[in-house]
Design a protein around this ligand. Structure first.
Ligand SMILES: *Cc1c(COP(=O)(O)O)cnc(C)c1O
Length: 453
């Protein structure tokens, strides 16, 4: 089935169908999220088409950054499309394995890998990118002279500068990630590391995420390629097996257009780092947001409406628990909102400036301020597009708000909408079971060996 893009028309169609099947219900199911699995497949195809070569022919492995959407069925879908997976914690590694990624297609990045995590990764043959000189030493100790099955690289902070969002910029001069390439003495120290550690054969860099212009990202990659060339010149062809260029392609949150495209980024890479594509190095990518963001949306009921100081406010069931970044940092992470009636049909009334609030108990819990939308009423639905990455999949536990259900959406053979469960809704009445009190006796649960993991 060819994918219909997840635009306003398709969102409306999915929403109507979700209401009809009571996946959204004003009494039972106040908030739900949707991942367009056809769209995900099309986006993966676009990624494969944009980069020259493929895993089979030229050693290009595209991994998905699990933190962008770590739900196992989503990861399994990506594994099925031939992707690999970039993980940064034991939890993400566990989910990637559960999703069926073969170990050799998993890349483990993190600035804080423990000994136990590294041991496990090396045992599995998962690729590892060391974040610091100390970590390189630790890996050397763990290997104890063994030849690892894992590809092992070192992350470089190419220090090319930051983008528009400071918290998303990983290549500033003082970023916490990687070995700062331009700090005095570090190039020499890195060269010595390649001289000392025969198992070290990859170079990794990730300049940043949303807010970084393409040419900044490409200039970061160019620095990594230039360093790889320096290692090759010193120690011979083949000493560097490959370059992991990270992810970070920004996403357009303003409308339904997919821009920038993977193709536009590849053009920038060709301009700034032409040697990346000359065949001397295998390539790994680690895109997250650009693969999932536009293939997901959430929808929530409006519970009440009111007016305060002349400003209309719609109180909805989607707020900080599913839109944490937008709520705490609204200028960096603006989201679109679409107004729908209780049947899921888009409202077409005259736009009125209103606040779209969430359910949490603090004043800043707003999805949008002063936003011109058809007047919302209790029982209406708000749709929040572009939230397939880093939103509902990464919930925030404030106010004991439960995690909403997530549904996979596909177009079936008759052109209809088919849903699958990606994550069931959390039952708020069961949240207390995770706390240290026996729910039956109300007694505190004693600490046993192993509880402190
Ligand atoms: C977060 C992250 C990514 C993915 O970034 P996106 O902006 O989602 O593409 C890739 N690599 C590393 C090391 C990361 O930390």
């Amino acid at each position: 089935m060819t994918a219909v893009p997840l635009d306003a028309v398709r969102r409306e169609r999915v929403l109507q169908e979700a209401v009809r099947r009571r996946l959204l219900d004003p009494e039972q199911s106040l908030l739900a999220a949707f991942v367009d699995l056809d769209g995900v497949a099309a986006t993966v195809r676009a990624l494969h088409d944009a980069f020259p070569g493929s895993p089979e022919v030229r050693g290009v492995l595209h991994t998905f950054a699990a933190k962008a959407n770590c739900l196992v069925p989503v990861l399994a879908e990506l594994a099925g499309h031939g992707m690999g997976c970039e993980v940064a914690t034991a939890g993400e590694l566990a989910r990637a394995l559960a999703a069926g990624f073969p170990a050799e297609r998993i890349v483990f990045d993190s600035p804080a890998k423990t000994r136990a995590e590294l041991e496990r990764a090396l045992e599995l043959g998962v690729a590892v990118n060391a974040d610091s000189f100390q970590e390189l030493e630790r890996i050397d100790g763990l290997l104890g002279g063994r030849v690892p099955a894992s590809r092992i690289g070192v992350r470089l902070n190419c220090q090319v500068g930051g983008g528009a969002i400071a918290a998303m910029s990983t290549a500033t001069s003082t970023s916490k990630f990687g070995v700062p390439l331009t700090d005095p003495g570090n190039r020499e120290r890195l060269m010595r590391a390649f001289d000392t550690y025969p198992w070290l054969s990859w170079v990794h860099t990730h300049t940043g995420s949303q807010g970084c212009p393409l040419d900044l990202m490409a200039r970061g990659v160019a620095q990594a390629v230039e360093f790889a060339d320096q290692v090759t010149a010193a120690f011979g062809e083949g000493r560097i097996a490959g370059i992991d260029i990270g992810g970070g392609l920004p996403v357009n949150f303003a409308d339904d257009e997919v821009t920038p495209t993977f193709g536009m980024y590849v053009e920038q890479l060709r301009a700034h780092a032409p040697r990346l594509f000359e065949g001397g190095y295998a390539v790994v990518t680690e895109f997250g947001r650009s693969l999932l963001a536009k293939n997901g949306f959430m929808a929530a009921y409006v519970e009440y409406t009111k007016s305060a100081g002349g400003r209309p406010i719609a109180v909805t069931h989607a707020g900080v628990q599913v839109a944490t970044r937008t709520v705490f940092s609204p200028d960096a992470w603006p989201l679109r909102i679409e107004a729908h009636d209780p049947s899921g049909t888009a409202k077409r009334g005259r736009p009125v400036r209103q606040d779209i609030a969430g359910p949490a108990c603090f004043a800043g819990d707003l999805l949008a301020r002063d936003r011109a939308l058809p007047a919302l009423e209790p029982g209406d639905l708000v749709v929040v597009p572009d939230t397939g990455a880093y939103y509902f999949s990464t919930p925030f536990r404030y106010n004991s708000l439960p995690e909403p259900a997530v549904y996979g959406v596909r177009t079936d053979a008759d052109g209809g909408v088919a849903f699958t469960v990606v994550r069931p809704a959390q039952d708020p009445w069961q949240l207390s079971e995770q706390d240290g009190v026996d729910p039956l006796s109300q007694d505190p649960v004693p600490v046993r060996a192993g509880d402190a993991r």
